[in-house]
Design a protein around this ligand. Sequence first.
Ligand code: DAH
Length: 348
Amino acid sequence: MSLQEDLVQIEHQAQCELEAVTTTETLAQWKSAYLGKSGAVTRLSRGLGDLSPEERPEAGRCVNALRDTLETAFAAVEEHIKAAARTATLSTDRVDITLSGRLPAVGRMHLTNQVLQKVYAIFAEMGFQIWESREVELDDYNFGLLNFPPEHPARDMQDTFYLEMPEHAPKVLLRTHTSPGQIHAMRYYAPRPLRILLPGKCYRNEQITARSEVMFHQFEFLAVGRTITMGDLKGTLSTFAERMFGKGTKVRLRASFFPFTEPSAEMDVTCYLCSGKGCRICKYTGWLEIGGCGMVHPNVLRNGGYDPEEFSGFAGGFGPERISMSKYSIDDIRWFNSGDLRFIEQFG
Ligand code: DAH
Protein backbone atom coordinates (compact mmCIF):
# COMPACT_ATOMS: atom_id res chain seq x y z
CA MET A 1 0.00 0.00 0.00
CA SER A 2 1.38 3.42 -0.93
CA LEU A 3 1.94 6.14 1.68
CA GLN A 4 -0.88 8.17 0.13
CA GLU A 5 -3.27 5.25 0.52
CA ASP A 6 -2.13 4.77 4.13
CA LEU A 7 -2.79 8.45 4.86
CA VAL A 8 -6.30 8.33 3.38
CA GLN A 9 -7.11 5.07 5.13
CA ILE A 10 -5.87 6.28 8.56
CA GLU A 11 -7.63 9.62 8.33
CA HIS A 12 -10.89 7.96 7.34
CA GLN A 13 -10.70 5.44 10.16
CA ALA A 14 -9.64 8.06 12.72
CA GLN A 15 -12.47 10.42 11.77
CA CYS A 16 -15.03 7.60 11.89
CA GLU A 17 -13.91 6.45 15.33
CA LEU A 18 -13.80 10.02 16.62
CA GLU A 19 -17.43 10.52 15.66
CA ALA A 20 -18.39 7.74 18.06
CA VAL A 21 -16.38 9.22 20.96
CA THR A 22 -18.55 10.75 23.73
CA THR A 23 -16.45 10.45 26.90
CA THR A 24 -13.08 11.75 28.02
CA GLU A 25 -11.90 8.15 28.56
CA THR A 26 -12.60 6.97 25.00
CA LEU A 27 -11.19 10.24 23.68
CA ALA A 28 -7.91 9.55 25.51
CA GLN A 29 -7.82 6.04 24.03
CA TRP A 30 -8.43 7.49 20.56
CA LYS A 31 -5.62 10.02 21.02
CA SER A 32 -3.15 7.37 22.07
CA ALA A 33 -4.20 5.12 19.12
CA TYR A 34 -3.57 7.82 16.49
CA LEU A 35 -1.41 10.61 17.90
CA GLY A 36 0.36 8.83 20.77
CA LYS A 37 3.98 7.69 20.85
CA SER A 38 3.15 4.38 19.20
CA GLY A 39 0.05 5.70 17.46
CA ALA A 40 -0.70 5.26 13.74
CA VAL A 41 0.44 8.77 12.66
CA THR A 42 3.70 8.53 14.62
CA ARG A 43 4.39 5.17 13.01
CA LEU A 44 3.93 6.78 9.57
CA SER A 45 6.46 9.56 10.45
CA ARG A 46 8.98 6.93 11.45
CA GLY A 47 8.46 5.16 8.09
CA LEU A 48 9.50 8.34 6.22
CA GLY A 49 13.14 7.32 6.66
CA ASP A 50 12.64 4.42 4.29
CA LEU A 51 11.63 6.75 1.47
CA SER A 52 13.95 8.15 -1.19
CA PRO A 53 15.28 11.69 -0.57
CA GLU A 54 13.07 13.00 -3.44
CA GLU A 55 9.90 11.53 -2.02
CA ARG A 56 10.60 12.46 1.61
CA PRO A 57 9.74 16.21 1.73
CA GLU A 58 6.34 15.85 0.09
CA ALA A 59 5.53 12.75 2.15
CA GLY A 60 6.63 14.56 5.33
CA ARG A 61 4.27 17.46 4.58
CA CYS A 62 1.39 15.07 4.01
CA VAL A 63 1.99 13.23 7.32
CA ASN A 64 2.25 16.57 9.19
CA ALA A 65 -0.94 17.78 7.52
CA LEU A 66 -2.73 14.61 8.73
CA ARG A 67 -1.38 15.15 12.26
CA ASP A 68 -2.67 18.75 12.20
CA THR A 69 -6.09 17.65 10.91
CA LEU A 70 -6.44 14.98 13.57
CA GLU A 71 -5.22 17.29 16.37
CA THR A 72 -7.78 19.94 15.35
CA ALA A 73 -10.52 17.29 15.24
CA PHE A 74 -9.40 16.03 18.66
CA ALA A 75 -9.53 19.54 20.17
CA ALA A 76 -13.03 20.10 18.80
CA VAL A 77 -14.37 16.87 20.30
CA GLU A 78 -12.61 17.54 23.60
CA GLU A 79 -14.28 20.96 23.83
CA HIS A 80 -17.63 19.44 22.88
CA ILE A 81 -17.39 16.84 25.67
CA LYS A 82 -16.44 19.48 28.26
CA ALA A 83 -19.33 21.74 27.22
CA ALA A 84 -21.75 18.81 27.43
CA ALA A 85 -20.54 18.08 30.97
CA ARG A 86 -21.09 21.70 31.99
CA THR A 87 -24.64 21.70 30.64
CA ALA A 88 -25.37 18.43 32.40
CA THR A 89 -24.33 19.91 35.77
CA LEU A 90 -26.38 23.02 35.09
CA SER A 91 -29.51 21.06 34.34
CA THR A 92 -29.24 18.87 37.43
CA ASP A 93 -28.13 21.57 39.87
CA ARG A 94 -30.06 24.58 38.75
CA VAL A 95 -32.76 26.27 40.81
CA ASP A 96 -36.09 26.43 39.10
CA ILE A 97 -37.26 29.89 40.01
CA THR A 98 -40.63 29.28 38.40
CA LEU A 99 -41.58 26.63 40.98
CA SER A 100 -44.05 27.85 43.59
CA GLY A 101 -42.36 28.24 46.97
CA ARG A 102 -42.96 26.19 50.08
CA LEU A 103 -44.38 28.30 52.92
CA PRO A 104 -42.31 28.11 56.10
CA ALA A 105 -44.33 26.99 59.12
CA VAL A 106 -45.13 30.16 61.04
CA GLY A 107 -45.69 29.88 64.77
CA ARG A 108 -48.33 31.83 66.64
CA MET A 109 -49.03 32.84 70.17
CA HIS A 110 -50.71 30.20 72.33
CA LEU A 111 -54.35 30.89 73.10
CA THR A 112 -53.58 31.29 76.81
CA ASN A 113 -50.96 33.93 76.07
CA GLN A 114 -53.31 35.70 73.68
CA VAL A 115 -55.86 35.99 76.48
CA LEU A 116 -53.16 37.08 78.93
CA GLN A 117 -51.93 39.78 76.53
CA LYS A 118 -55.46 41.15 76.37
CA VAL A 119 -55.73 41.02 80.15
CA TYR A 120 -52.44 42.94 80.49
CA ALA A 121 -53.68 45.66 78.14
CA ILE A 122 -57.00 46.03 79.98
CA PHE A 123 -55.40 46.22 83.42
CA ALA A 124 -52.57 48.46 82.19
CA GLU A 125 -55.18 51.05 81.20
CA MET A 126 -56.42 50.98 84.78
CA GLY A 127 -52.89 51.57 86.11
CA PHE A 128 -51.89 48.00 87.00
CA GLN A 129 -48.27 46.94 86.53
CA ILE A 130 -47.19 43.38 85.83
CA TRP A 131 -45.29 41.67 88.60
CA GLU A 132 -43.85 38.26 87.79
CA SER A 133 -43.55 36.16 90.87
CA ARG A 134 -41.91 32.77 91.44
CA GLU A 135 -43.41 29.38 90.63
CA VAL A 136 -41.41 27.54 93.31
CA GLU A 137 -42.61 28.95 96.61
CA LEU A 138 -42.17 28.66 100.32
CA ASP A 139 -45.10 27.00 102.01
CA ASP A 140 -45.45 30.11 104.17
CA TYR A 141 -46.05 32.43 101.21
CA ASN A 142 -48.43 30.03 99.51
CA PHE A 143 -50.49 29.44 102.67
CA GLY A 144 -49.47 30.81 106.06
CA LEU A 145 -48.94 34.45 105.18
CA LEU A 146 -52.18 34.33 103.18
CA ASN A 147 -54.03 33.53 106.40
CA PHE A 148 -54.59 29.81 105.74
CA PRO A 149 -54.92 28.06 109.10
CA PRO A 150 -52.29 25.32 109.68
CA GLU A 151 -54.80 22.51 109.25
CA HIS A 152 -56.36 23.84 106.02
CA PRO A 153 -57.12 20.95 103.60
CA ALA A 154 -55.34 22.71 100.68
CA ARG A 155 -52.06 22.11 102.49
CA ASP A 156 -52.56 18.40 102.10
CA MET A 157 -49.95 16.48 100.07
CA GLN A 158 -52.85 15.23 97.98
CA ASP A 159 -53.52 18.72 96.65
CA THR A 160 -50.08 20.29 96.60
CA PHE A 161 -46.74 19.32 95.04
CA TYR A 162 -44.12 19.61 97.78
CA LEU A 163 -40.42 19.46 96.92
CA GLU A 164 -38.19 16.99 98.67
CA MET A 165 -36.16 19.02 101.18
CA PRO A 166 -33.64 18.18 103.89
CA GLU A 167 -35.12 17.69 107.35
CA HIS A 168 -35.84 20.93 109.24
CA ALA A 169 -35.52 22.99 106.04
CA PRO A 170 -38.47 25.26 105.30
CA LYS A 171 -41.18 23.56 103.25
CA VAL A 172 -40.97 24.31 99.53
CA LEU A 173 -43.72 23.69 96.98
CA LEU A 174 -44.98 24.51 93.50
CA ARG A 175 -47.38 27.38 94.01
CA THR A 176 -51.01 26.31 93.88
CA HIS A 177 -52.23 29.79 92.99
CA THR A 178 -50.77 33.19 92.05
CA SER A 179 -51.83 34.70 95.41
CA PRO A 180 -48.42 34.25 97.16
CA GLY A 181 -47.12 36.90 94.73
CA GLN A 182 -49.34 39.35 96.66
CA ILE A 183 -47.08 39.02 99.70
CA HIS A 184 -43.89 39.48 97.66
CA ALA A 185 -45.28 42.56 95.92
CA MET A 186 -46.68 44.12 99.12
CA ARG A 187 -43.40 43.61 100.93
CA TYR A 188 -41.64 45.35 98.06
CA TYR A 189 -44.02 48.31 97.84
CA ALA A 190 -45.18 48.87 101.44
CA PRO A 191 -46.00 51.44 102.67
CA ARG A 192 -46.62 52.88 99.18
CA PRO A 193 -49.96 52.21 97.47
CA LEU A 194 -49.81 49.60 94.71
CA ARG A 195 -51.75 48.28 91.74
CA ILE A 196 -50.27 45.10 90.26
CA LEU A 197 -51.14 42.17 88.06
CA LEU A 198 -49.53 38.80 88.78
CA PRO A 199 -49.76 36.32 85.91
CA GLY A 200 -48.25 32.84 85.72
CA LYS A 201 -48.39 29.09 85.99
CA CYS A 202 -49.87 27.24 88.96
CA TYR A 203 -49.73 23.58 89.93
CA ARG A 204 -52.12 21.28 91.71
CA ASN A 205 -51.76 17.63 92.53
CA GLU A 206 -55.15 16.77 91.14
CA GLN A 207 -56.79 14.12 89.05
CA ILE A 208 -56.56 15.34 85.44
CA THR A 209 -60.03 15.72 83.97
CA ALA A 210 -61.78 17.76 81.31
CA ARG A 211 -62.10 20.59 83.88
CA SER A 212 -58.83 20.36 85.81
CA GLU A 213 -55.19 20.10 84.82
CA VAL A 214 -52.08 19.65 86.97
CA MET A 215 -50.62 22.84 85.47
CA PHE A 216 -52.76 25.83 84.57
CA HIS A 217 -52.51 29.63 84.51
CA GLN A 218 -53.90 32.32 86.73
CA PHE A 219 -53.68 36.04 86.88
CA GLU A 220 -54.05 37.82 90.15
CA PHE A 221 -54.83 41.48 90.54
CA LEU A 222 -54.15 43.44 93.69
CA ALA A 223 -54.71 47.06 94.63
CA VAL A 224 -53.72 48.49 98.01
CA GLY A 225 -54.29 52.08 99.06
CA ARG A 226 -55.77 54.34 101.72
CA THR A 227 -59.31 54.69 100.37
CA ILE A 228 -59.96 51.47 98.48
CA THR A 229 -63.48 50.08 98.84
CA MET A 230 -65.59 47.22 97.52
CA GLY A 231 -67.00 49.76 95.02
CA ASP A 232 -63.53 50.04 93.46
CA LEU A 233 -63.40 46.27 93.15
CA LYS A 234 -66.77 46.17 91.44
CA GLY A 235 -65.85 49.02 89.08
CA THR A 236 -62.58 47.32 88.14
CA LEU A 237 -64.40 44.05 87.52
CA SER A 238 -67.10 45.68 85.35
CA THR A 239 -64.49 47.44 83.25
CA PHE A 240 -62.53 44.24 82.87
CA ALA A 241 -65.63 42.24 81.91
CA GLU A 242 -66.81 44.77 79.31
CA ARG A 243 -63.39 44.99 77.67
CA MET A 244 -62.79 41.24 77.79
CA PHE A 245 -66.21 39.95 76.78
CA GLY A 246 -67.82 42.92 75.05
CA LYS A 247 -69.95 45.97 75.81
CA GLY A 248 -73.00 45.38 77.95
CA THR A 249 -71.45 42.45 79.86
CA LYS A 250 -72.64 42.62 83.45
CA VAL A 251 -70.90 41.44 86.58
CA ARG A 252 -72.43 39.65 89.56
CA LEU A 253 -70.70 38.95 92.87
CA ARG A 254 -71.77 35.95 94.92
CA ALA A 255 -70.68 35.62 98.54
CA SER A 256 -67.93 33.04 98.94
CA PHE A 257 -65.01 32.23 101.19
CA PHE A 258 -61.23 32.54 100.86
CA PRO A 259 -58.85 32.77 103.83
CA PHE A 260 -57.08 35.81 102.35
CA THR A 261 -60.12 38.01 101.64
CA GLU A 262 -62.93 39.35 103.80
CA PRO A 263 -65.55 39.66 102.43
CA SER A 264 -64.92 37.17 99.61
CA ALA A 265 -66.87 36.68 96.43
CA GLU A 266 -67.11 34.66 93.24
CA MET A 267 -67.45 36.81 90.18
CA ASP A 268 -69.87 35.85 87.39
CA VAL A 269 -70.38 37.66 84.09
CA THR A 270 -73.49 37.58 81.90
CA CYS A 271 -73.05 34.87 79.29
CA TYR A 272 -71.86 36.67 76.16
CA LEU A 273 -73.26 33.94 73.93
CA CYS A 274 -76.89 34.31 75.00
CA SER A 275 -76.57 37.72 76.72
CA GLY A 276 -77.97 36.23 79.89
CA LYS A 277 -80.99 34.47 78.37
CA GLY A 278 -79.60 31.02 79.09
CA CYS A 279 -77.83 28.56 76.78
CA ARG A 280 -75.72 25.40 76.77
CA ILE A 281 -72.48 27.28 77.56
CA CYS A 282 -73.84 28.92 80.72
CA LYS A 283 -75.85 25.79 81.55
CA TYR A 284 -79.05 27.85 81.19
CA THR A 285 -78.20 30.12 84.13
CA GLY A 286 -77.34 33.19 82.00
CA TRP A 287 -74.10 33.60 84.00
CA LEU A 288 -70.53 32.38 83.61
CA GLU A 289 -68.25 31.91 86.61
CA ILE A 290 -64.88 33.63 86.11
CA GLY A 291 -63.00 33.51 89.44
CA GLY A 292 -62.63 34.56 93.04
CA CYS A 293 -62.08 38.02 94.49
CA GLY A 294 -62.59 40.09 97.63
CA MET A 295 -61.24 42.72 100.01
CA VAL A 296 -57.76 41.85 101.25
CA HIS A 297 -57.92 40.35 104.76
CA PRO A 298 -56.34 42.59 107.47
CA ASN A 299 -53.95 39.77 108.40
CA VAL A 300 -52.69 39.58 104.83
CA LEU A 301 -52.22 43.36 104.67
CA ARG A 302 -50.28 43.15 107.91
CA ASN A 303 -48.13 40.25 106.57
CA GLY A 304 -47.41 42.35 103.50
CA GLY A 305 -46.20 45.25 105.66
CA TYR A 306 -49.29 47.51 105.59
CA ASP A 307 -51.18 48.79 108.62
CA PRO A 308 -54.77 47.56 108.12
CA GLU A 309 -56.03 50.52 110.16
CA GLU A 310 -54.69 52.83 107.47
CA PHE A 311 -54.71 50.70 104.32
CA SER A 312 -57.26 48.58 102.53
CA GLY A 313 -57.15 46.66 99.28
CA PHE A 314 -58.96 44.40 96.86
CA ALA A 315 -57.69 41.31 95.06
CA GLY A 316 -58.84 38.57 92.72
CA GLY A 317 -57.55 35.53 90.90
CA PHE A 318 -58.88 34.39 87.51
CA GLY A 319 -57.98 31.58 85.13
CA PRO A 320 -57.22 32.45 81.49
CA GLU A 321 -57.91 28.86 80.39
CA ARG A 322 -61.34 29.08 81.97
CA ILE A 323 -62.01 32.37 80.23
CA SER A 324 -60.94 30.87 76.88
CA MET A 325 -63.02 27.76 77.46
CA SER A 326 -66.19 29.78 77.91
CA LYS A 327 -65.34 32.24 75.17
CA TYR A 328 -64.57 29.61 72.51
CA SER A 329 -66.74 26.73 73.79
CA ILE A 330 -63.70 24.52 74.45
CA ASP A 331 -64.96 21.38 76.11
CA ASP A 332 -61.73 20.02 77.61
CA ILE A 333 -58.87 21.85 79.38
CA ARG A 334 -56.45 19.10 78.28
CA TRP A 335 -56.44 20.60 74.75
CA PHE A 336 -54.35 23.54 75.99
CA ASN A 337 -51.17 21.55 76.59
CA SER A 338 -51.85 18.73 74.17
CA GLY A 339 -49.38 20.17 71.64
CA ASP A 340 -52.00 19.38 68.99
CA LEU A 341 -51.59 21.95 66.21
CA ARG A 342 -55.15 21.35 64.99
CA PHE A 343 -56.29 22.93 68.26
CA ILE A 344 -53.69 25.70 68.45
CA GLU A 345 -54.04 26.81 64.84
CA GLN A 346 -57.70 27.69 65.28
CA PHE A 347 -56.75 30.74 67.32
CA GLY A 348 -54.96 33.78 65.95
N1 DAH B 1 -56.26 32.06 94.90
C1 DAH B 1 -57.62 31.67 94.59
C2 DAH B 1 -57.65 30.34 93.91
O1 DAH B 1 -56.67 29.88 93.44
C3 DAH B 1 -58.26 32.69 93.71
C4 DAH B 1 -58.49 33.99 94.41
C5 DAH B 1 -59.64 34.22 95.11
C6 DAH B 1 -57.52 34.94 94.40
C7 DAH B 1 -59.89 35.41 95.75
C8 DAH B 1 -57.72 36.17 95.07
C9 DAH B 1 -58.93 36.37 95.73
O2 DAH B 1 -56.85 37.15 95.06
O3 DAH B 1 -59.14 37.55 96.33
O4 DAH B 1 -58.68 29.75 93.80
